[in-house]
Design a binder for this molecule. Structure first.
Ligand SMILES: *[C@@H]1O[C@H](CO)[C@@H](O)[C@H](O)[C@H]1NC(C)=O
Ligand SMILES: *[C@@H]1O[C@H](CO)[C@@H](O)[C@H](O)[C@H]1NC(C)=O
Length: 350
């Protein structure tokens, strides 16, 4: 067991190149940016803060997540694999100009040292198996992080973190596994950062019974092991080992490097859409792979964003997944310079 753990660790630092160490890793482009959240605020338009949502276009402000048939109702997905109609969402990042205006920070793809994934906004998704794993079941959903938290010491920095990226590409690659080394819970405030990479690892252990829980978290737990290697042993309360789900977001802050634009009162130049920094970073997940394709992809060690006939999963060209878009249900301006952040206005129960 010990040997396996160190093997997984070693594979991680030879970043993702080892033939034995396989994972799904793929781009998901923007589906819609809007104030909805069917997991935490079902049926509400103009939720307290703004989200970016990617995945299947059946996404809706109100959907009964237990029974809503994402693969059956979606006609396209903004993710690379044609069989993945899951929905993935996170907060968005804003730059706060010293003149009081806000603008949404643009996003690009990454995908680690093997080259940049082509995304139109959005994020990259990883499913990392360590040994045999049980894929999520239909109706499964969960939340990582806490959108109201202002205390960085309450965040486990080995699961949710930020890295200052000194260039606007993968070259040079500022090495090491996510959430190690000098990565921080807070959003870096360094004009030398051209991009900021945000990583969100989800819990990898499941109670094996509940598809959700009242806080959307207690049916799952983190493992004892390195999440970058797919996690380690699960606690007896949550014995079922899931694929290690990870979101990777690349915030392109290169246009905001001039400190003369930064707030003069010492408040942070970059904040998430809750108007809180890295302590409130969070991600939401609703499983929606077609049939048993994700289980087969894990069992057959499908790799990266490649076609994988053994699992029946197919890579779509960027032009295809980039064209899957959805109009806002909570209609408002979210791009360009804004006099205030779209935030906290009275929600309308739809
Ligand atoms: C989508 O959400 C809207 C707003 O909550 C609701 O009126 C509509 O019935 C939902 N559509 C489906 C297919 O559930
Ligand atoms: C703040 O600065 C930006 C960038 O120069 C500008 O577009 C925006 O209109 C300014 N906002 C205000 C309130 O002056």
């Amino acid at each position: 067991m010990k040997q396996w753990a160190s093997l997984a660790g070693a594979a991680l630092f030879a970043p993702y190149a080892s033939a034995q160490f396989t994972m799904l890793r793929f781009a998901c482009s923007q589906l819609v940016v809007e104030r909805t959240d069917p997991l935490v605020n079902p049926g509400v338009l103009y939720t307290p803060h703004l989200h970016q949502i990617v995945g299947g276009n059946a996404f809706n402000a109100s959907m009964d997540l237990e029974t809503y048939d994402l693969p059956g109702r979606s006609t396209c997905t903004s993710c690379s694999f044609a069989e993945d109609f899951s929905n993935y969402w996170t907060a968005v990042m804003f730059f706060h100009h010293r003149n009081g205006s806000y603008i949404r920070v643009p996003q690009v793809g990454n995908g680690g040292p093997q080259g940049r994934l082509i995304n139109d906004g959005g994020l990259d998704v990883y499913y990392i198996p360590n040994g045999r794993v049980t894929a999520f079941k239909k109706g499964f959903r969960m939340l990582a992080g806490n959108a109201a938290n202002t205390d960085p010491s309450r965040v486990q920095g080995s699961y949710i973190c930020h890295r200052c990226w000194p260039s606007t590409s993968d070259n040079p690659f500022p090495g090491g596994a996510p959430c190690t080394g000098s990565d921080t819970v807070e959003i870096p405030r360094d004009p030398g950062c051209k991009m900021i990479r945000q990583t969100i690892y989800f819990p990898v252990c499941w109670d094996g019974v509940n598809l959700d829980s009242p806080d959307h978290q207690s049916h799952v737990a983190y493992s004892s092991g390195n999440p970058g290697g797919g996690g380690g042993n699960c606690p007896s309360s949550h014995p079922v080992k899931l694929p290690q789900l990870m979101y990777e977001l690349m915030w392109d802050v290169s246009k905001f490097a001039d400190r003369n634009m930064w707030p003069t009162d010492g408040s942070p130049p970059f904040v998430y859409s809750m108007n809180i920094g890295g302590a409130a970073a969070h991600g939401d997940y609703v499983f929606g792979w077609k049939g048993d394709t994700l289980q087969r992809a894990m069992d057959n060690r499908c790799n990266l964003n490649n076609d994988c006939p053994a699992a029946g999963i197919h890579f779509q060209q960027p032009a295809v997944y980039n064209s899957c878009k959805k109009p806002q249900q909570a209609v408002e301006q979210v791009d360009g310079w804004l006099a205030s952040m779209p935030l906290g206005e009275p929600a309308i129960k739809a």
